[in-house]
Design a protein around this ligand. Structure first.
Ligand code: MRU
Length: 335
């Protein structure tokens, strides 16, 4: 299984697959301080909502050898990295509670164990989600996906891509269209690479191609991941997801969101309160051939959009498949 994150207990360090240089190189970066983990989250060495949460948890654990104050500082720093994926804040809350409960003599061990639990639970959640989601797909299916909600965006297996993996394990014939996902090309650089590496038949399309593809009847289902889901099912995910959902509705194609409970934010009644990260202009201003869009041109680069729940056919979680009307609340079997 692809491992985007690996904790080294002896060295108190976190090894990250450097997602900035894929698919050209499979390189790894070692983070030895919470600050290095925070920078790796900001510059997207590690990315994807669950993976960010797991990395941050290990980042907080790293600080334990320097005492409680250092952990509190680390938690605050890590919380200022990326605002949209709620998994990050849930993981940091868990680490904060663990810090409060741990004995001074056992701090480092307790925090490292809690981070490892967050990591292991995510893999289990993805496996369960995969089994539920696989049932939604016909024996032979062509699936369109956006961004990268794969093994490398999570603790392992993946959310949206985990469903494809599980469906294939059940013997289903799954073919995939991957949106390139402008501007950082997570679809072209990461999803296409990850799926091809796993032997899937995957075809890369420009983001603007999705509607034409659907109109040709060549997509059976759209499956995407999520960064934050409100109580009514409104879903934040990579910019461009909303357009896909509207297109899918217009063409009568099911639009599925796959996400673990750690992606739900039930303090928000709907998606209007989801904080949307705005990233650096240069991610769009610098063109592929090295030219720059003139400074006189303004650039607006939000990393995520919100898809209203009415466009979401079903939300697949580790607790099962939920269909509208969504009314997620804290109870057994829901986040
Ligand atoms: O900016 P990114 O690459 O971190 O955005 C990632 C996504 O939008 C994913 O779809 C989402 O985090 C789910 S990952 C399982």
């Amino acid at each position: 299984m692809l491992n985007a994150l690996e904790w080294n207990a002896e060295e108190n360090s976190l090894r990250l697959l450097d997602q900035r240089v894929l698919p050209g190189r499979e390189a790894y970066v070692a983070c030895r301080t919470p600050e290095e983990v925070a920078l790796a989250i900001e510059n997207m060495t590690v990315r994807g909502a669950p993976a960010i949460g797991i990395a941050a948890a290990y980042g907080a654990a790293m600080a334990a050898s320097a005492g409680r104050g250092a952990v509190v500082e680390a938690l605050d720093r890590l919380a200022r990295t990326r605002p949209t994926a709620v998994n990050l804040f849930l993981a940091l809350d868990r680490m904060r509670r663990c810090l409060e409960a741990a004995d001074a003599g056992n701090l480092a061990c307790a925090l490292a164990e809690e981070a490892a639990r967050i990591h292991a639970e995510d893999i289990q959640a993805n496996r369960r989600m995969g089994a539920y989601g696989a049932k939604l797909l016909p024996r032979s299916a062509v699936v369109l996906t956006h961004c990268n909600a794969g093994a490398i965006a999570t603790g392992g297996h993946g959310t949206a891509l985990g469903i494809l993996r599980s469906a294939r394990e059940e013997g289903k014939d799954i073919r995939v269209y991957a949106d390139e996902t402008r501007p950082l090309l997570q679809g072209a650089r990461l999803t296409a690479w990850e799926l091809a590496r796993d032997g899937f038949e995957v075809t890369l399309i420009a983001d603007g191609m999705a509607g034409a593809l659907m109109s040709m009847g060549r997509v059976d289902a759209v499956i995407v991941g999520a960064d934050r889901i409100a109580a009514n099912g409104d879903t934040a995910n990579k910019i461009g997801t909303y357009s896909l959902a509207v297109l899918a509705a217009a063409h009568g194609i099911p639009f599925y969101v796959a996400a673990p409970w750690s992606t739900f934010d039930l303090s928000l009644p709907d998606g209007s309160g989801i904080p949307i990260e705005e990233r650096a202009e240069d991610e769009m201003r610098v063109l592929f051939n090295g030219q720059r869009v003139p400074d006189a041109v303004r650039v607006w680069n939000p990393a995520f959009d919100v898809t209203p729940a009415r466009y979401v056919t079903a939300i697949v979680t580790e607790g099962g498949v939920f269909r509208p009307p969504y009314a997620f609340k804290r109870a057994a079997g829901s986040p």
